[in-house]
Design a protein around this ligand. Sequence first.
Ligand SMILES: Nc1ncnc2c1ncn2[C@@H]1O[C@H](COP(=O)(O)OP(=O)(O)OP(=O)(O)O)[C@@H](O)[C@H]1O
Ligand SMILES: [Mg+2]
Length: 255
Amino acid sequence: MAKVITFANQKGGVGKTTTAHIVAIGLAKKGLKVLACDLDPQANLTSVLGIDPDGDLVSINELFTGKCDIRDAIVRTEAGVDLLVGSLMLSGADRKFSATGDEYKFKEALKEVENDYDYVVVDTPPALGVMSLNALAATDYLVVVMTPDYFSTKGLKQFQETVDVTKKYLNNPMIKINGLLLTRCDRTNLSSMINDDINDAAKELGTKIFKSRIRQGVAIRESQYLESSLFDIKNTGVLEDYNSFIKELLKEVKK
Ligand SMILES: Nc1ncnc2c1ncn2[C@@H]1O[C@H](COP(=O)(O)OP(=O)(O)OP(=O)(O)O)[C@@H](O)[C@H]1O
Ligand SMILES: [Mg+2]
C-alpha cells in the first residue's frame, strides 16, 4: 500500500512544489513507483513535470466534480513518475467543494490506486482551504517546507491548528507534523538568531527539523525554466542536499 507524503505550508514561495517535484523524481530514480499529485490550483507541479494544465487532459477538477475516475486523471510523465494532473479550475475550490465530506474526495479516490504505487507525493497550495484539508486527510507523513526567516516561524502555529482539526474531525488520528524542511538556506538567512527561533518553534510543535537543509541554488530555477529535472544538471550542491533529504525521508517513512 502506498505511503502518502505531503509537502505543505500555507506560506507561499517556500519551496513546496520544488521539493515535491525533486522528491518524486528522486524516489522514481530509486526504482520506486511514484504518483505525484498536484492539489494546488496554480498547477505548478503539473507544469514543471512538462504537462499543460490548460490543455485537454482530464484532471483533478473532473475527479473532484465526479466526472471521472482517478485513473482517468493520471498521466505518465517523461520524468518517470505518474501525475494526478492539476487544474487551474481548482481556483474556486473552496466555494465549489464546500459540502460535508468534500474534504475526503482525494483520500477516497486514492484508495483505488493505493496498491499501484510505493509512494504518493502531494503538493499543496499556499492556503489552508479545502484542497489542503483534502491532502491532510489522506496524509501518512507530513513535511512542512519552510524558508529560514522570521515570518515563517510565525505561521507555524496556524498550520498546526489545521493539523489538529484534521486529526480531530477528518478521521486521520495519526497525523502530525513529522518534520520541518528548511529550504533556500544561505549564510545570510541562517543566522544563529533565526536558527534558535526555528529550534524553539520545532520544540513547541513537538516536531523536528530535518538534518538535511536545502541551500539556495541557481540550478533550481534553471532546471524549472527548462522544464527539466534537477537530476539532469549534475554536480550541484542543491541536488546533493535533496539527495541527502530523500535518504533521511525514506528512513523515516519506513519506520
Ligand atoms: N533551493 C532553492 N534555491 C533557489 N531557488 C529556489 C529554491 N527552492 C525554490 N526556489 C525558487 O523559489 C520559488 C518558489 O518555489 P516553489 O514554487 O517551489 O515554492 P512553493 O512553496 O511551491 O510556492 P507556492 O506557495 O506559490 O506554491 C520558485 O521560483 C523556485 O524556483
Ligand atoms: Mg507550489
